[in-house]
Design a protein around this ligand. Structure first.
Ligand code: 8YV
Length: 330
């Protein structure tokens, strides 16, 4: 398959790692890359749908019913670079005859690593420690200086037991001796035993039971209408006093105003966030809190994984244009 004047038109909304852009250029010499890498406006997204057969997209593009339902849509495939597809209105895409694909599996371990990093950073107060050292406040070791809490033996509650939740559970149990409990509406679909959770992880019958049992709660559920503000004033009140919340899933799962209130009241000891309700805006009160660790959506941000994600999007694109079933149709 190749591009050329009459070949398929491909628009890519953000810059991708060099091997991915090279693979796209080799297939489609006139692929349109977003040279300045600014997020597309709704108008630019609508235009891409009119001009391209395939749009390679990512989480910063908001594919609303208005954008997808506009007239003159030519595109037939939205190849998302990322596993989460909450930024794409799937019903509107279906109605417009557009197939949506994502990039599961390849980002599982790196994203789980970031969840674990946030557990370490919050329980051991690492960000705070680094900040005070850089500020010149550190005067040397004192036995009572900057004490955090031990991971070993603590209960890690995993909300959503998909691939990333289970990988986080495995690392926490095998690497850090944490006890894992989990809650999800359904039993996970485990295709390969190597991707199962730790053997002694305990399923909690309800979210409330998980929240009451956990020293650290880590969110791994997709963002759906059902999970929007799953963490709110009422559910935060069910968490153990002094517990910590980690979110590497999606910002919408947490009511940030309620989280701020729980942190200010001292009900929670801390939070580690990689995603935000109003991303890329961060609720200002969070920025001011030493006990909160804030990362700029780094879950899958490694050279290896972002390249693998891009190549997986290319594999979906190849299949689609060859008339084969897309490996990762959503
Ligand atoms: C980023 C993610 O969205 O896969 C997802 O759903 O949240 C992250 O991996 C993605 O990397 C954006 O390019």
């Amino acid at each position: 398959m190749s591009g050329g004047a009459c070949g398929p038109q491909v628009v890519v909304t953000r810059r991708l790692p060099a091997p991915v852009e090279e693979a796209l250029r080799a297939r489609f010499p006139d692929v349109r890359l977003n040279a300045d890498d600014a997020a597309f406006t709704p108008e630019q997204l609508a235009q891409a749908l009119q001009e391209a057969d395939v749009v390679v997209t990512t989480v910063t593009d908001r594919w609303t019913p208005a954008v997808l339902g506009a007239s003159g849509v030519r595109a037939r495939l939205l190849a998302n670079v990322g596993v989460g597809v909450n930024h794409i209105d799937l019903a509107a895409a279906r109605a417009a005859g557009i197939t949506v694909t994502n990039t599961p599996d390849v980002l599982t371990e790196d994203t789980a690593d970031i969840a674990i990093a946030l557990v370490l950073m919050t329980l051991r107060r690492l960000g705070e420690g680094e900040r005070l050292l850089r500020a010149g406040i550190w005067t040397g070791l004192r036995p009572t200086f900057h004490l955090g809490r031990t991971l070993r033996g603590k209960v890690l509650g995993i909300v959503g037991y998909g691939r990333i939740g289970r990988a986080t559970a495995r690392i926490a149990a095998a690497g850090f001796g944490m006890r894992v409990v989990w809650h999800a509406p359904r039993d996970p679909r485990v295709d390969d035993p190597a991707t199962a959770g730790p053997p002694d992880a305990e399923r909690m019958p309800t979210l409330e039971a998980l929240l009451r049992a956990s020293d650290v709660v880590s969110l791994h559920c997709p963002a759906t209408p059902e999970t929007r503000h799953l963490v709110n004033a009422a559910t935060l009140a069910q968490m153990k006093p002094g517990a910590v919340l980690v979110n590497t899933a999606r910002g919408d799962v947490v009511d940030e105003a309620a989280l701020v209130a729980a942190l200010q009241a001292g009900a929670l000891a801390g939070a580690g966030l990689d995603v935000y309700e109003f991303e890329p805006r961060v609720t200002p009160a969070l920025l001011a809190m030493e006990q909160v660790v804030l990362l700029p959506h780094l879950g899958s941000a490694t050279v290896e994984t972002r390249s693998a994600m891009g190549m997986r999007a290319v594999a979906n694109l190849d299949a689609f244009l060859d008339g084969r079933p897309c490996p990762d149709a959503v």
